[in-house]
Design a protein around this ligand. Structure first.
Ligand code: JFZ
Length: 448
């Protein structure tokens, strides 16, 4: 009898161990493939920022959209691929890259005067050239150019001094590393995109070394990954990199371009989701048609389009990351500065409606413009000033007070109609592009 019960105990113990091992491995497997998302509360500064500066600056800025004296179609930072430039020839751009006009404080000042709260700069784009002091490769701005300076150290310092968050773009796809293979390795006319990750372990180790440098040397607040469409990049690597970053600093925000549902926010590009996206998101957009500088791209967006785009993003609960493409000498083109200053002037008057705001409380599009919200306040960004002097919002709440953000001392009269609350406006709005009407209400919005 005793022998039988001992046998049963041994069996139960073995069974217990097997179940424990199985559940651990399942959990472990899930942690590798389960989507990782911060909640918005983890992203406080970013969620309040609403407006940031993207900066695409690299060896491609030296090419400026031309190769062998000919203009090259497509976005400027893709010229190595678009013009099928062999690596050895593209590398020669480094010897010419000498940004004698670069002034980090001036760049940050422009961002700040534009009303931008963070900057995201390309530390390594698809071309694989590191725009920072890295031990991982000699192919970097300090070792390989006659300038020998580290712009990321200067920008990180200037950002801290001026109260702007310093953030970094990093491309997973790399057209220079020996650990990825070009799509077409033709020696005369190579095509790089999309590369194939041929030595994953070595490349991930290279990435980790550089990411550690971005975090420890420049205190980046956010890593804007890109290029995750290269072949052989897996969910495991995406999760490994995300977890590696947070093993160094858990407060660093990561976008969704590690792919495989890893990351903290969505990144629609060159478009604004009409009603926004669920959860945190940021639209990135160019001022013309290229991210990296091109001499021949003067297709600038208007002040009206840019201010309206910013409002549209905020009304959908998202951020607007607007790009500048500095020249190889380190100048942000004047047409870009002019547009950013116009946005800054608008935000000086109306920023309360944008910074720290939440998406529109209304579930229908408003005929006169957009809406954003803060507790107890609705901001109506009126882009179509009504000829008849009234606008109606589809809500039941009594309006405690209504006024123009540009003239808060003058109260506007309001009435109720079957369609909602009517606000009576002056003949002309204070701003030719978008005037903000503020409605103070009690409690949550009750839509019609
Ligand atoms: C990527 C880069 O290729 C581009 O150079 C720039 O840096 C931009 C901000 O990001 O552009 C993309 C990325 C993904 C798609 C298209 C362009 N896509 O998924 O269609």
């Amino acid at each position: 009898m005793k022998r039988k019960s001992a046998g049963i105990k041994a069996l139960l113990l073995t069974l217990g161990i097997i179940i424990a091992l199985f559940s651990f491995s399942t959990l472990q497997a899930q942690s590798k493939t389960a989507p990782i998302h911060k909640t918005t509360s983890d992203m406080g500064w970013w969620d309040n920022a609403r407006f940031g500066m993207f900066i695409h600056w690299g060896l491609y800025s030296e090419a400026a959209g031309e190769w062998d004296g000919k203009p090259i179609k497509g976005i400027g930072e893709w010229i190595m691929n678009s013009a099928h430039i062999p690596r050895a020839q593209y590398e020669q751009l480094a010897a010419k890259f000498d940004p004698v006009d670069f002034n980090a404080s001036q760049w940050v000042k422009i961002a700040k005067e534009a009303g931008m709260k963070y900057i995201v700069i390309t530390t390594k784009h698809h071309d694989g050239f590191s725009m920072f002091k890295t031990k991982a490769s000699k192919y970097n701005i300090v070792n390989a150019t006659p300038w020998h300076k580290d712009p990321m150290a200067l920008l990180s310092k200037a950002s801290r001094e001026q109260g702007i968050k310093f953030c970094t773009y990093y491309s997973i796809m790399d057209w220079h590393t020996p650990f990825q293979q070009a799509a077409d390795t033709n020696a005369i006319k190579p095509t790089y995109n999309p590369t194939t990750l041929t030595e994953p372990a070595k490349y991930v180790s290279y990435m980790k070394q550089q990411l550690h440098e971005l975090i420890s040397q420049y205190h980046t607040n956010l890593i804007w990954f890109d290029g995750g469409w290269l072949k052989n990049w897996t969910s495991g690597e995406a999760h490994e990199i995300y977890n590696y970053i947070h093993s160094i600093n858990p407060s660093i925000i990561v976008n969704n371009r590690l792919k495989f549902d890893v990351g903290d926010y969505g990144t629609p590009e060159q478009k604004i989701p009409v009603r926004g996206l669920p959860g945190p998101w940021e639209t990135c957009m160019t001022l013309n048609d290229t991210w990296g500088f091109k001499t021949d791209d003067d297709n600038w967006k208007s002040d009206t389009t840019l201010i309206t785009n910013l409002i549209h993003c905020a009304s959908g609960g998202g951020n607007f990351l607007l790009n500048v493409g500095p020249t190889s000498t380190g100048i942000i083109p004047q047409p870009e500065v002019d547009r950013l200053m116009a946005m800054g002037r608008w935000l000086k008057v109306n920023g309360e409606a944008i910074y720290g705001s939440h998406r529109t409380p209304f579930n229908i599009a408003l005929p006169f413009g957009y809406a954003t919200e803060k507790p107890g306040k609705i901001f109506l960004e009126v882009t179509q000033w009504p000829q008849d002097g009234v606008i109606t919002v589809p809500m039941k709440n009594k309006i405690v007070k209504a006024y123009l953000l540009a003239n808060p001392k003058h109260q506007l009269s309001t009435t109720r109609s079957e369609d909602g609350m009517v606000i009576h406006l002056p003949k002309q709005g204070p701003d030719p592009i978008a005037s903000v009407v503020v409605l103070q209400i009690n409690g949550a919005v009750e839509t019609n």
